[in-house]
Design a protein around this ligand. Structure first.
Ligand SMILES: Cc1cc2nc3c(=O)[nH]c(=O)nc-3n(C[C@H](O)[C@H](O)[C@H](O)COP(=O)(O)OP(=O)(O)OC[C@H]3O[C@@H](n4cnc5c(N)ncnc54)[C@H](O)[C@@H]3O)c2cc1C
Length: 369
Protein backbone atom coordinates (compact mmCIF):
# COMPACT_ATOMS: atom_id res chain seq x y z
CA UNK A 1 0.00 0.00 0.00
CA UNK A 2 2.54 2.54 -1.18
CA UNK A 3 0.47 4.82 -3.39
CA UNK A 4 -0.36 8.50 -3.12
CA UNK A 5 -3.90 8.17 -4.48
CA UNK A 6 -4.73 11.83 -4.94
CA UNK A 7 -3.34 15.31 -4.32
CA UNK A 8 -6.13 17.90 -4.41
CA UNK A 9 -4.75 21.46 -3.99
CA UNK A 10 -8.19 23.13 -4.34
CA UNK A 11 -9.52 21.23 -1.33
CA UNK A 12 -6.11 21.18 0.36
CA UNK A 13 -6.09 17.43 0.89
CA UNK A 14 -4.21 14.30 -0.12
CA UNK A 15 -5.52 10.74 -0.13
CA UNK A 16 -2.75 8.28 0.70
CA UNK A 17 -2.05 4.65 1.45
CA UNK A 18 -0.22 3.87 4.72
CA UNK A 19 2.99 2.48 3.21
CA UNK A 20 4.06 5.81 1.68
CA UNK A 21 6.99 7.30 3.60
CA UNK A 22 6.64 10.74 5.14
CA UNK A 23 9.43 12.02 2.89
CA UNK A 24 7.88 10.65 -0.31
CA UNK A 25 4.68 12.49 0.52
CA UNK A 26 6.46 15.77 1.32
CA UNK A 27 8.39 15.66 -1.97
CA UNK A 28 5.20 15.03 -3.97
CA UNK A 29 3.29 17.78 -2.13
CA UNK A 30 6.09 20.32 -2.59
CA UNK A 31 5.54 20.16 -6.36
CA UNK A 32 2.06 21.60 -5.68
CA UNK A 33 3.29 24.19 -3.15
CA UNK A 34 2.00 22.30 -0.11
CA UNK A 35 3.28 20.22 2.82
CA UNK A 36 1.87 17.94 5.51
CA UNK A 37 3.01 19.37 8.87
CA UNK A 38 3.99 16.18 10.80
CA UNK A 39 7.77 15.96 10.34
CA UNK A 40 9.43 13.28 12.49
CA UNK A 41 13.23 13.23 12.15
CA UNK A 42 12.83 9.71 10.77
CA UNK A 43 10.88 11.10 7.74
CA UNK A 44 13.10 9.35 5.18
CA UNK A 45 12.18 5.90 6.47
CA UNK A 46 8.98 6.12 8.53
CA UNK A 47 5.61 5.43 6.94
CA UNK A 48 2.41 7.43 7.11
CA UNK A 49 0.79 4.34 8.72
CA UNK A 50 3.35 4.56 11.55
CA UNK A 51 2.91 8.35 11.77
CA UNK A 52 -0.87 7.94 12.11
CA UNK A 53 -0.64 5.03 14.57
CA UNK A 54 1.71 7.01 16.85
CA UNK A 55 0.49 10.57 16.24
CA UNK A 56 4.13 11.26 15.36
CA UNK A 57 5.36 14.79 15.06
CA UNK A 58 8.51 16.85 14.92
CA UNK A 59 9.76 20.41 15.23
CA UNK A 60 6.89 21.93 13.22
CA UNK A 61 4.22 20.75 15.69
CA UNK A 62 4.69 23.87 17.81
CA UNK A 63 3.04 25.95 15.07
CA UNK A 64 1.20 23.48 12.84
CA UNK A 65 0.11 20.71 15.24
CA UNK A 66 0.48 16.94 15.15
CA UNK A 67 -1.09 14.23 12.98
CA UNK A 68 -4.40 14.62 14.85
CA UNK A 69 -4.70 18.27 13.81
CA UNK A 70 -3.73 17.47 10.22
CA UNK A 71 -5.89 14.47 9.28
CA UNK A 72 -9.46 14.71 8.02
CA UNK A 73 -10.46 11.06 7.73
CA UNK A 74 -9.40 7.42 7.60
CA UNK A 75 -10.35 4.04 6.21
CA UNK A 76 -9.44 1.15 8.45
CA UNK A 77 -10.09 -2.53 9.14
CA UNK A 78 -11.06 -3.60 12.67
CA UNK A 79 -9.99 -6.76 14.48
CA UNK A 80 -13.16 -8.41 13.12
CA UNK A 81 -12.06 -7.73 9.56
CA UNK A 82 -14.76 -5.13 9.01
CA UNK A 83 -13.93 -1.99 7.06
CA UNK A 84 -14.81 1.35 8.63
CA UNK A 85 -14.68 4.90 7.33
CA UNK A 86 -14.05 7.66 9.81
CA UNK A 87 -14.04 11.41 9.34
CA UNK A 88 -14.77 13.60 6.36
CA UNK A 89 -13.34 15.03 3.12
CA UNK A 90 -13.98 18.55 4.40
CA UNK A 91 -12.35 20.82 6.94
CA UNK A 92 -15.55 20.95 9.02
CA UNK A 93 -17.82 18.09 10.10
CA UNK A 94 -19.50 17.05 13.33
CA UNK A 95 -21.62 14.01 12.39
CA UNK A 96 -21.04 11.06 14.71
CA UNK A 97 -18.16 10.50 17.10
CA UNK A 98 -14.64 11.52 16.12
CA UNK A 99 -13.20 8.09 15.37
CA UNK A 100 -10.44 9.66 13.27
CA UNK A 101 -8.81 11.20 16.33
CA UNK A 102 -9.45 8.02 18.31
CA UNK A 103 -7.66 5.80 15.79
CA UNK A 104 -4.76 8.25 15.44
CA UNK A 105 -2.31 7.48 18.24
CA UNK A 106 -4.00 4.17 19.11
CA UNK A 107 -0.76 2.32 18.28
CA UNK A 108 -2.44 -0.15 15.93
CA UNK A 109 -4.53 -1.60 18.78
CA UNK A 110 -8.00 -0.71 17.40
CA UNK A 111 -7.78 -1.11 13.62
CA UNK A 112 -5.35 -1.30 10.70
CA UNK A 113 -5.38 2.00 8.81
CA UNK A 114 -5.64 1.37 5.07
CA UNK A 115 -6.11 4.90 3.73
CA UNK A 116 -5.94 8.45 5.07
CA UNK A 117 -7.23 11.82 3.96
CA UNK A 118 -4.61 14.32 5.06
CA UNK A 119 -5.09 18.03 5.48
CA UNK A 120 -2.49 20.05 3.58
CA UNK A 121 -0.89 23.39 4.41
CA UNK A 122 0.67 25.77 1.85
CA UNK A 123 4.45 25.91 2.01
CA UNK A 124 5.55 29.13 3.67
CA UNK A 125 7.07 31.66 1.31
CA UNK A 126 10.14 32.23 3.48
CA UNK A 127 11.83 31.14 6.68
CA UNK A 128 14.45 32.50 9.07
CA UNK A 129 16.63 30.25 11.23
CA UNK A 130 18.23 31.32 14.50
CA UNK A 131 20.54 29.59 16.94
CA UNK A 132 20.46 30.96 20.47
CA UNK A 133 22.96 29.86 23.10
CA UNK A 134 22.64 30.24 26.86
CA UNK A 135 24.80 30.09 29.94
CA UNK A 136 22.67 27.32 31.38
CA UNK A 137 19.57 25.27 30.84
CA UNK A 138 17.46 27.51 33.07
CA UNK A 139 18.13 30.58 30.94
CA UNK A 140 17.16 28.62 27.80
CA UNK A 141 13.97 27.40 29.46
CA UNK A 142 13.10 30.97 30.45
CA UNK A 143 13.61 31.99 26.81
CA UNK A 144 11.21 29.26 25.63
CA UNK A 145 8.52 30.60 27.98
CA UNK A 146 9.17 34.17 26.82
CA UNK A 147 8.96 33.18 23.13
CA UNK A 148 5.71 31.27 23.61
CA UNK A 149 4.19 34.13 25.61
CA UNK A 150 4.47 36.62 22.72
CA UNK A 151 2.22 36.64 19.61
CA UNK A 152 4.55 35.27 16.87
CA UNK A 153 4.55 31.45 16.95
CA UNK A 154 7.85 30.03 15.70
CA UNK A 155 7.60 27.05 13.33
CA UNK A 156 10.37 25.31 15.29
CA UNK A 157 11.63 25.76 18.83
CA UNK A 158 14.09 22.98 19.57
CA UNK A 159 16.18 22.60 22.68
CA UNK A 160 19.51 20.92 23.53
CA UNK A 161 21.16 20.83 26.94
CA UNK A 162 24.92 21.10 27.60
CA UNK A 163 25.47 17.34 27.59
CA UNK A 164 23.76 17.07 24.17
CA UNK A 165 25.93 19.87 22.80
CA UNK A 166 29.12 18.14 23.98
CA UNK A 167 27.96 14.94 22.35
CA UNK A 168 27.39 16.35 18.88
CA UNK A 169 30.61 18.38 18.92
CA UNK A 170 32.41 15.29 17.65
CA UNK A 171 29.88 14.78 14.86
CA UNK A 172 29.49 18.23 13.37
CA UNK A 173 31.24 21.54 13.12
CA UNK A 174 29.32 23.37 15.82
CA UNK A 175 31.55 26.46 16.04
CA UNK A 176 30.44 27.05 19.61
CA UNK A 177 32.49 28.29 22.53
CA UNK A 178 33.13 25.84 25.36
CA UNK A 179 30.93 26.19 28.40
CA UNK A 180 27.65 26.80 26.59
CA UNK A 181 25.02 25.25 28.84
CA UNK A 182 22.06 25.07 26.44
CA UNK A 183 21.01 25.86 22.90
CA UNK A 184 17.76 26.70 21.13
CA UNK A 185 17.12 26.25 17.42
CA UNK A 186 14.41 28.69 16.41
CA UNK A 187 12.66 29.04 13.06
CA UNK A 188 10.10 31.63 12.02
CA UNK A 189 8.20 31.28 8.74
CA UNK A 190 5.57 33.18 6.76
CA UNK A 191 5.28 35.64 3.88
CA UNK A 192 8.61 37.33 3.03
CA UNK A 193 6.97 40.69 3.64
CA UNK A 194 7.22 41.40 7.38
CA UNK A 195 9.19 38.25 8.20
CA UNK A 196 12.27 40.12 9.39
CA UNK A 197 10.07 42.05 11.80
CA UNK A 198 8.43 38.87 13.13
CA UNK A 199 11.85 37.25 13.51
CA UNK A 200 13.14 40.29 15.39
CA UNK A 201 10.20 39.99 17.83
CA UNK A 202 11.03 36.34 18.51
CA UNK A 203 14.72 37.19 18.81
CA UNK A 204 13.95 39.90 21.34
CA UNK A 205 11.89 37.45 23.42
CA UNK A 206 14.79 34.97 23.27
CA UNK A 207 17.17 37.58 24.76
CA UNK A 208 16.58 36.70 28.39
CA UNK A 209 19.11 36.99 31.20
CA UNK A 210 21.77 34.35 30.63
CA UNK A 211 21.76 34.53 26.81
CA UNK A 212 25.27 34.16 25.34
CA UNK A 213 24.65 34.69 21.64
CA UNK A 214 21.89 34.68 19.03
CA UNK A 215 23.03 33.84 15.53
CA UNK A 216 20.84 34.21 12.44
CA UNK A 217 21.76 31.90 9.52
CA UNK A 218 22.50 33.90 6.40
CA UNK A 219 22.66 31.22 3.73
CA UNK A 220 20.89 27.95 2.91
CA UNK A 221 24.15 26.17 3.73
CA UNK A 222 24.23 27.72 7.20
CA UNK A 223 20.62 26.68 7.81
CA UNK A 224 21.44 23.10 6.79
CA UNK A 225 24.52 23.08 9.05
CA UNK A 226 22.48 24.23 12.06
CA UNK A 227 19.83 21.54 11.53
CA UNK A 228 22.54 18.93 11.01
CA UNK A 229 23.59 19.58 14.61
CA UNK A 230 20.11 18.86 15.95
CA UNK A 231 19.57 15.83 13.72
CA UNK A 232 22.96 14.33 14.64
CA UNK A 233 21.80 13.95 18.23
CA UNK A 234 20.02 10.57 18.09
CA UNK A 235 22.82 8.79 16.19
CA UNK A 236 25.42 10.48 18.44
CA UNK A 237 23.73 9.22 21.59
CA UNK A 238 23.65 5.72 20.22
CA UNK A 239 27.40 5.85 19.60
CA UNK A 240 28.34 7.39 22.95
CA UNK A 241 26.40 5.14 25.32
CA UNK A 242 26.00 1.35 25.11
CA UNK A 243 22.29 1.89 25.81
CA UNK A 244 20.00 4.87 26.15
CA UNK A 245 16.66 4.77 27.84
CA UNK A 246 14.94 7.34 25.66
CA UNK A 247 11.78 8.90 27.06
CA UNK A 248 9.71 11.68 25.55
CA UNK A 249 7.81 13.29 28.38
CA UNK A 250 5.78 16.50 28.01
CA UNK A 251 5.11 19.27 30.52
CA UNK A 252 3.42 22.67 30.16
CA UNK A 253 6.03 24.95 28.57
CA UNK A 254 6.33 27.24 31.60
CA UNK A 255 7.24 24.23 33.77
CA UNK A 256 10.24 23.09 31.70
CA UNK A 257 12.64 24.73 34.23
CA UNK A 258 11.04 22.73 37.07
CA UNK A 259 11.29 19.54 35.04
CA UNK A 260 14.95 20.12 34.23
CA UNK A 261 15.84 21.01 37.86
CA UNK A 262 14.02 17.90 39.06
CA UNK A 263 15.83 15.71 36.52
CA UNK A 264 19.19 17.17 37.60
CA UNK A 265 18.40 16.22 41.19
CA UNK A 266 17.41 12.69 40.14
CA UNK A 267 20.59 12.31 38.07
CA UNK A 268 22.60 13.26 41.16
CA UNK A 269 20.57 11.07 43.53
CA UNK A 270 20.76 7.94 41.36
CA UNK A 271 24.18 8.67 39.81
CA UNK A 272 22.78 8.30 36.28
CA UNK A 273 23.93 10.45 33.35
CA UNK A 274 20.88 12.18 31.84
CA UNK A 275 20.91 14.06 28.52
CA UNK A 276 17.93 16.23 27.56
CA UNK A 277 16.84 17.69 24.23
CA UNK A 278 13.62 18.02 22.30
CA UNK A 279 10.70 20.01 21.03
CA UNK A 280 10.68 22.72 23.69
CA UNK A 281 7.89 24.75 22.07
CA UNK A 282 5.54 21.87 22.90
CA UNK A 283 7.17 21.16 26.27
CA UNK A 284 8.16 17.78 24.78
CA UNK A 285 11.57 16.85 26.21
CA UNK A 286 13.47 13.72 25.22
CA UNK A 287 15.00 12.54 28.49
CA UNK A 288 17.83 10.11 27.79
CA UNK A 289 19.27 7.99 30.58
CA UNK A 290 22.67 6.76 29.43
CA UNK A 291 23.38 3.35 30.89
CA UNK A 292 25.46 0.23 30.51
CA UNK A 293 23.12 -2.79 30.15
CA UNK A 294 25.92 -5.06 31.45
CA UNK A 295 25.91 -3.24 34.80
CA UNK A 296 22.90 -4.64 36.76
CA UNK A 297 23.36 -2.14 39.61
CA UNK A 298 23.25 0.80 37.19
CA UNK A 299 20.21 -0.66 35.39
CA UNK A 300 18.39 -0.96 38.72
CA UNK A 301 19.24 2.64 39.66
CA UNK A 302 18.09 3.78 36.18
CA UNK A 303 14.74 2.00 36.60
CA UNK A 304 14.15 3.74 39.96
CA UNK A 305 15.29 7.07 38.52
CA UNK A 306 12.86 6.68 35.60
CA UNK A 307 9.99 5.85 37.90
CA UNK A 308 10.66 9.02 39.94
CA UNK A 309 11.04 11.04 36.71
CA UNK A 310 7.56 9.94 35.59
CA UNK A 311 6.11 10.95 38.97
CA UNK A 312 7.78 14.33 38.59
CA UNK A 313 6.25 14.82 35.12
CA UNK A 314 2.76 13.98 36.35
CA UNK A 315 3.18 16.29 39.36
CA UNK A 316 3.91 19.08 36.87
CA UNK A 317 0.62 18.31 35.01
CA UNK A 318 2.52 16.66 32.17
CA UNK A 319 2.09 13.42 30.23
CA UNK A 320 4.36 10.39 29.94
CA UNK A 321 4.69 10.39 26.15
CA UNK A 322 4.39 13.11 23.54
CA UNK A 323 5.10 11.15 20.37
CA UNK A 324 6.87 7.84 20.96
CA UNK A 325 3.81 6.16 22.45
CA UNK A 326 3.42 3.53 25.13
CA UNK A 327 3.92 0.12 23.49
CA UNK A 328 5.22 -2.39 26.02
CA UNK A 329 7.86 -0.27 27.72
CA UNK A 330 5.61 2.34 29.29
CA UNK A 331 2.47 0.21 29.57
CA UNK A 332 2.82 -0.38 33.31
CA UNK A 333 3.08 3.35 34.06
CA UNK A 334 -0.15 4.29 32.24
CA UNK A 335 -2.35 3.88 35.33
CA UNK A 336 -0.35 6.60 37.08
CA UNK A 337 -1.65 9.05 34.45
CA UNK A 338 -5.13 7.70 33.61
CA UNK A 339 -7.74 7.08 36.32
CA UNK A 340 -9.38 3.63 36.70
CA UNK A 341 -12.79 4.63 35.29
CA UNK A 342 -11.30 6.19 32.15
CA UNK A 343 -9.00 3.22 31.75
CA UNK A 344 -11.94 0.82 31.99
CA UNK A 345 -13.75 2.73 29.21
CA UNK A 346 -10.61 2.51 27.07
CA UNK A 347 -10.49 -1.27 27.54
CA UNK A 348 -14.21 -1.44 26.60
CA UNK A 349 -13.56 0.57 23.42
CA UNK A 350 -10.68 -1.69 22.55
CA UNK A 351 -12.86 -4.79 22.95
CA UNK A 352 -15.46 -3.27 20.57
CA UNK A 353 -12.84 -2.80 17.85
CA UNK A 354 -10.88 -5.98 18.49
CA UNK A 355 -12.88 -8.56 20.52
CA UNK A 356 -10.43 -11.35 19.68
CA UNK A 357 -7.44 -9.32 20.90
CA UNK A 358 -5.37 -9.82 17.76
CA UNK A 359 -4.24 -6.21 17.10
CA UNK A 360 -0.94 -5.51 18.89
CA UNK A 361 -2.12 -7.53 21.91
CA UNK A 362 -0.74 -6.44 25.29
CA UNK A 363 0.46 -3.07 24.02
CA UNK A 364 -0.60 0.46 24.90
CA UNK A 365 -2.78 -0.20 27.96
CA UNK A 366 -1.99 -2.06 31.20
CA UNK A 367 -3.63 -5.49 31.49
CA UNK A 368 -7.31 -5.25 32.43
CA UNK A 369 -8.77 -7.27 35.34
C1 LIG B 1 16.19 8.19 14.24
C2 LIG B 1 14.76 8.29 14.60
C3 LIG B 1 14.19 9.54 14.77
C4 LIG B 1 12.85 9.64 15.15
N1 LIG B 1 12.31 10.90 15.28
C5 LIG B 1 11.01 11.02 15.63
C6 LIG B 1 10.43 12.32 15.77
O1 LIG B 1 11.08 13.35 15.60
N2 LIG B 1 9.14 12.39 16.11
C7 LIG B 1 8.37 11.24 16.31
O2 LIG B 1 7.19 11.38 16.63
N3 LIG B 1 8.90 10.01 16.17
C8 LIG B 1 10.19 9.87 15.84
N4 LIG B 1 10.72 8.62 15.69
C9 LIG B 1 9.88 7.43 15.95
C10 LIG B 1 9.25 6.80 14.68
O3 LIG B 1 10.01 7.07 13.54
C11 LIG B 1 7.85 7.32 14.46
O4 LIG B 1 7.03 6.90 15.53
C12 LIG B 1 7.22 6.83 13.14
O5 LIG B 1 5.95 7.46 12.97
C13 LIG B 1 7.05 5.32 13.08
O6 LIG B 1 6.75 4.98 11.75
P1 LIG B 1 7.18 3.56 11.16
O7 LIG B 1 6.77 3.50 9.73
O8 LIG B 1 8.60 3.31 11.48
O9 LIG B 1 6.23 2.63 12.02
P2 LIG B 1 6.48 1.19 12.60
O10 LIG B 1 7.59 1.21 13.59
O11 LIG B 1 6.52 0.22 11.49
O12 LIG B 1 5.11 1.01 13.36
C14 LIG B 1 4.85 1.76 14.51
C15 LIG B 1 3.54 1.28 15.12
O13 LIG B 1 2.48 1.66 14.28
C16 LIG B 1 1.67 0.55 13.96
N5 LIG B 1 1.24 0.72 12.57
C17 LIG B 1 2.03 0.88 11.48
N6 LIG B 1 1.27 1.01 10.37
C18 LIG B 1 -0.03 0.94 10.78
C19 LIG B 1 -1.29 1.00 10.09
N7 LIG B 1 -1.36 1.13 8.78
N8 LIG B 1 -2.42 0.88 10.83
C20 LIG B 1 -2.37 0.70 12.18
N9 LIG B 1 -1.21 0.65 12.87
C21 LIG B 1 -0.05 0.76 12.17
C22 LIG B 1 2.57 -0.67 14.14
O14 LIG B 1 1.80 -1.81 14.48
C23 LIG B 1 3.44 -0.24 15.31
O15 LIG B 1 2.78 -0.49 16.53
C24 LIG B 1 12.06 8.48 15.34
C25 LIG B 1 12.64 7.22 15.15
C26 LIG B 1 13.97 7.12 14.80
C27 LIG B 1 14.54 5.76 14.59
Amino acid sequence: MTQILEIDPANRLARVEPGVTNQQLQLALAEHGFFWPPDPSSAAVCTLGGNLAYNSAGPRAVKYGTVRENTLGLRAVTGLGEEIRAGVMTTKGVVGYDLTRLLIGSEGTLAIITEAILKLTPLPEAKRTLRATYRDIHAAAAAVSAIMAQPITPCALEFMDGASIEMVRDFSDLQLDDGIGALLMIEVDGPEYGLDRSTAAVEQAARVEGVVDIYRAKTKEEVAALWKTRKALSPALRTVAPKKINEDVVVPVSRIPMLISGLEQLAEQYQIRIVNFGHAGNGNIHVNLLVNPDDPDEMQRAAECLSDAFDLVLKLDGTLSGEHGVGLEKRDFVNREIDPVTLRLMHDIRRQFDPNNILNPGKGLPESD
